[in-house]
Ligand binder design. Structure first.
Ligand code: HEC
Length: 103
């Protein structure tokens, strides 16, 4: 009796964690979809705009912060400044994680 209660509590905890992970995932996917228009679906560009798939996470996060702050600037970066402004550091981390895992 007691044992099955423990088991079901453990199970509930696990399912809860899975549901949370999934929610975070779809939010990240949604954010990443905003980048596909220029950087290609899944971050693989077919044009002049650089690919962002497979970039090192730390590099990615730093570029996004630099775009946002204006430290990385220039004509080509104006558009990225606009894009970076809407995101938090935590979201940069999530996006960096997302794109770094695409091979
Ligand atoms: C309207 C087009 C456009 C959209 C949408 C866009 N980007 Fe960009 N992105 C660019 C351009 C152009 C550059 C090159 C900027 C430069 O050279 O300074 C760039 C550069 C970058 C770089 C630097 C790549 C490198 O190799 O240094 C990263 C990282 C990046 N974008 C991430 C994103 C993310 C994440 C999103 C979605 C939240 C996004 N971009 C949406 C146009 C876009």
């Amino acid at each position: 009796m007691k044992k099955s209660l423990v088991v079901s509590l453990l199970l509930a905890g696990t399912l809860g964690a899975v549901a949370t992970a999934h929610a975070v995932d779809s939010r990240t996917r949604f954010m990443a979809a905003n980048c596909g228009y220029c950087h290609g679906t899944d971050g693989k560009s077919r044009g002049a705009i650089p690919s962002i798939a497979g970039l090192d996470k730390a590099y990615f996060v730093q570029q996004m912060k630099d775009f946002r702050s204006g430290a990385r600037s220039g004509a080509a970066s104006t558009v990225m400044h606009q894009h970076a402004t809407g995101y938090t550091d935590e979201e940069f981390e999530k996006l960096g994680e997302w794109f770094s895992k695409i091979k």
